[in-house]
Design a protein around this ligand. Structure first.
Ligand code: ADP
Ligand code: MG
Length: 217
């Protein structure tokens, strides 16, 4: 139930649908960013995946947080080619595992599920800070969320701080030299372009903030 500062299945579904909505709205922009330092398909990949995720949610609404997060992860892994499908898919699958059989995630459980998702991305893609990837938006967001909750912030406020950190992390990818993924093939020519995956990752966190904006605190 939202009012206690927790994320139940409905709130997580709102998050996923909001991410699908903003990915569709930003599809062109994400693809243009990938045209500069990759193969011009990131917006197409993410939109295909999140459209499939939305369709799966409509067709078979999952019963709990773990089932929902795992359905999202499985759909992304199976429907998105390229680096981003397995990485985002792993993020959601690990979140689902971390959620366990809880009927709703309180702020601490949501933060540790996000941390588990991030750890999955790192295990799968081996990205480190400064490699110019989605990690550079996700990791600052996870850190800001943990710090905000540790300092006593409520969930909605903590998510606002996480979204701000994700956007700052996204912006900070522009001057970086890419060391992972297709952009790394460009070497110095990757410098000066914002990373597409960090851009979609900031959308993921801002979508979570939006979906849980009504939670108290
Ligand atoms: P592809 O690179 O296969 O075409 P996408 O264009 O959909 O896949 O996604 C590219 C994004 O994936 C990059 O902008 C980067 O943020 C992310 N990425 C690529 N490789 C890695 C990795 N090893 N770890 C984390 N993120 C990565
Ligand atoms: Mg690409």
């Amino acid at each position: 139930m939202d009012t206690a500062g927790t994320a139940d299945t409905a709130a997580l579904a709102r998050w996923v649908r909001e991410f699908a909505r903003v990915v569709a709205a930003e599809k062109q922009r994400l693809t243009e960013l990938d045209a500069a330092i990759g193969d011009a398909d990131h917006g197409i990949n993410m939109d295909r995946g999140m459209t499939a995720v939305r369709d799966a949610l409509d067709a078979s609404p999952p019963a709990g947080p773990a089932a929902l997060l795992k359905q999202v992860g499985m759909t992304l892994v199976s429907r998105v080619g390229g680096a981003s499908g397995p990485l985002y898919g792993t993020f959601f699958l690990r979140m689902g595992t971390a959620a366990g059989d809880a009927p709703e995630l309180d702020a601490a459980a949501l933060a540790s599920a996000i941390r588990a998702g991030l750890d999955g991305v790192v295990q799968r893609g081996k990205a480190e800070a400064g490699d110019k990837t989605m990690f550079d938006a996700l990791a600052p967001a996870a850190d800001a969320l943990d710090e905000a909750l540790a300092s006593g912030a409520g969930l909605a406020d903590a998510l606002r701080r996480a979204a701000t950190a994700a956007e700052a992390g996204r912006d900070a990818t522009a001057p970086m030299l890419a060391r992972k993924g297709r952009a790394s093939y460009l070497g110095q020519r990757s410098v000066g372009h914002q990373d597409p995956g960090a851009t979609s990752a900031a959308l993921l966190i801002t979508a979570l903030m939006t979906a849980l904006a009504d939670t108290q605190g």
